[in-house]
Design a protein around this ligand. Structure first.
Ligand code: 0T9
Length: 393
């Protein structure tokens, strides 16, 4: 059955045709209204910590191998939020609003884990790159990273398997634990968009991703969209092993990232832990009311566009979008005339990334700084710009 509304059949077909012959920046293609989201991509950074207690748990573990396992468990626990929560909420994957340069998304979570804070900023528009930092002071945990996406499509339209050939993520995240001065370099899975023909797109993950710790552990996660092992969708297997000794795993994990997974001691095969995203509730992110937000904050800046999209009013949508685009164009022109660059509110461009350089070799990652318009570092000095209630205590 098709999810495409009758009045959008024509525009969906031409949308599919336009993406079939296209390679590059997804944000630049026009899509029919029913598939537009009212949420900006800058908000997606919050998916990293919707279970704050799972996020901070590694800080309280004294054993380094168990700690690395808890970091892996947290990473796996975010996948459902990252890649399938929109389907659950909106019925399908939707095309997010394309953030403008300097767009901000600020928020915090308050729960058993205390206060966990989020700063997300669009650090580049061409190409689109989002930087983020999420931290919990009480537990001394900090996640920072930045990412971009590159998409390509299969250019033979085969009705059955029409999908993005691949959409790989460029960038990485670094999870830091103060108490042990430990860093974990996290690489991001590549993804496919399936379900385009019927107008109900959803994400499938494929290939592998890694987590490399400064304490000498490597985690490898293998995704199998169609579940060739269990027959279930969104399956994965993962293992945690001492760096360089993949054949001697300490923990193995298997299950579904949209369902439950179990963590086993690799030697005894005993289940030591498990997680079920459908049982462990997420904590709602607290975001300032739109009236109190800064002009650069996402929900305030896109408010009128979002309202128009919700009403299905495409004329107002494009009118309101063009106001933002023109403002942005004027700002870029002014900066160019004055020979300066837009100053990022929370991030600074760096020449090198010492933590990345120290940890990336074992897992064969390299920084692709041309695709991300630089290497982006969260700047704690700049974080002093945070207004209450987001200012660090
Ligand atoms: C970082 C995440 C990322 C962003 C999204 C590919 C995608 C934009 C990037 C990678 C987050 O941490 C995790 C989750 C989902 C990813 C999005 C899924 C998606 O479809 C979009 C792209 C840009 C589209 O909107 C294509 C349009 C499609 C829905 C058909 C209309």
């Amino acid at each position: 059955a098709s999810a495409v509304p009758p009045q959008s059949k024509g525009s969906w077909t031409s949308f599919l045709k336009s993406i079939a012959s296209f390679n590059g920046d997804l944000s630049s293609i026009t899509a029919p209204p029913f598939i537009l989201s009212t949420t900006s991509l800058v908000e997606y950074s919050s998916y990293w910590a919707e279970h704050p207690s799972v996020f901070v748990a590694p800080a309280s573990e004294q054993d380094p191998a168990k700690r690395a396992m808890l970091v892996l468990k947290w990473f796996l626990s975010t996948l459902k939020q990252q890649y399938s929560s929109r389907n659950e909420k909106l019925g399908s994957e939707k095309k997010p609003l394309n953030p403008f340069l300097g767009e901000l998304f600020l928020g915090r979570w308050e729960d058993d884990a205390g206060t966990t804070q989020l700063v997300s900023e669009q650090v580049s528009h061409h190409p689109p790159v989002t930087g983020y930092c999420i931290w919990n002071r009480k537990y001394g945990i900090r996640l920072q990273g930045y990412n971009a996406q590159k998409a390509s499509f299969s250019n033979t339209i085969n009705v059955k398997v029409f999908s993005f050939r691949k959409c790989y993520q460029i960038g990485h995240a670094i999870f830091h634990i103060d108490a042990f001065s430990e860093d974990y370099l996290i690489t991001l899975p590549s993804l496919h968009i399936e379900g385009l023909i019927t107008g109900s797109p959803y994400v499938e993950l494929n290939k592998s991703s890694y987590i490399q710790s400064s304490s000498g552990y490597t985690a490898r996660i293998d995704y199998s969209g169609k579940g060739w092992l269990s027959g279930k969708k969104n399956s994965f297997t993962a293992s945690l092993y001492p760096e360089g000794r993949e054949k001697e795993p300490i923990y193995t994990i298997s299950g579904q990232w949209t369902g439950s997974f179990t963590i086993c001691d690799a030697k005894s095969k005993k289940v030591v832990d498990n997680f079920d995203p459908n049982v462990t509730k997420t904590t709602q992110l607290i975001v300032a009311p739109v009236e109190q937000q800064d002009e650069m904050e996402s929900r305030r800046a896109w408010q009128k566009v979002a309202q128009a999209i919700s009403k299905g009013d495409m004329d107002t949508t494009s009118y309101e979008k063009s106001i933002i685009e023109n403002q942005q164009r004027d700002m870029r022109k002014k900066e160019k005339d004055e020979g300066r660059e837009w100053e990022r509110r929370f991030f600074t461009r760096a020449e090198t990334h010492p933590v990345f350089d120290a940890l990336s070799k074992t897992i064969g990652e390299s920084i692709n700084d041309t695709s991300t318009n630089g290497i982006w570092m969260f700047d704690p000095e700049k974080a002093k710009n945070l207004r209450p209630p987001f200012r660090q205590q």
